[in-house]
Design a binder for this molecule. Structure first.
Ligand SMILES: Cc1cc2nc3c(=O)[nH]c(=O)nc-3n(C[C@H](O)[C@H](O)[C@H](O)COP(=O)(O)O)c2cc1C
Length: 164
């Protein structure tokens, strides 16, 4: 992926997603790519800098992307066919406080719509998905789960392969 340039837009509220962005940037830079990281609040969705592909990362809010990211994706203006990847941050599944039971994958999938809603918004604009993943925090404000850097590395590796 040398000479590949990536624009990375995140909507981190408590800093965990910002750490993930920095980790991703250093992993991609080790592959010869360049990465510019921006917070959604600092960049105009209608005038994003040119890039070979884009990464959009959002924390979850009540099973949806945070409002700043929903608004950003609605306004987003990029040429059809542009490649993108999604990286969500969200809370690790918690046991039911009464029964101590962990929710099943199916139960989680029913309510958790952060990644699907981002994908729908981007696909509706004719953009092409290259990779997606979710990195977890162990409580609302963090910290990130153990081994999170490995997850970011695997995501970077998948994107590097797809973007090559
Ligand atoms: C009001 C509120 C609602 C949340 N709802 C969800 C949710 O539905 N799903 C989820 O996985 N995480 C949820 N979270 C946890 C956030 O995803 C977590 O705070 C965030 O990923 C941390 O990243 P940040 O430090 O970059 O903001 C919620 C957090 C808050 C404060």
């Amino acid at each position: 992926v040398s000479a590949t340039h990536i624009e990375y837009v995140h909507a981190s509220a408590f800093g965990n997603g910002a750490r993930v962005a920095q980790e991703f940037a250093s992993r991609m830079e080790a592959r010869g790519a360049t990465v510019s990281v921006h917070h959604v609040g600092e960049i105009d969705a209608r005038r994003l800098p040119a890039a070979d592909c884009y990464v959009f990362s959002s924390p979850g809010r009540f099973s949806r992307p945070i409002k700043g990211m929903r608004r950003f994706l609605k306004k987003l203006n990029l040429p059809a066919g542009t490649g993108y990847a999604i990286l969500a941050t969200g809370l690790q599944p918690q046991p039911d406080p009464k029964t101590g039971q962990m929710p099943s994958q199916e139960e989680l999938g029913k309510c958790e719509r952060v990644v699907p809603l981002m994908r729908e918004a981007l696909d509706a604009k004719g953009l092409v998905e290259l990779a997606e993943d979710k990195v977890l925090v162990t409580s609302l404000k963090g910290p990130l789960e153990g081994g999170w850097q490995g997850r970011v590395e695997a995501f970077a590796a998948r994107l590097a392969k797809e973007a090559a």
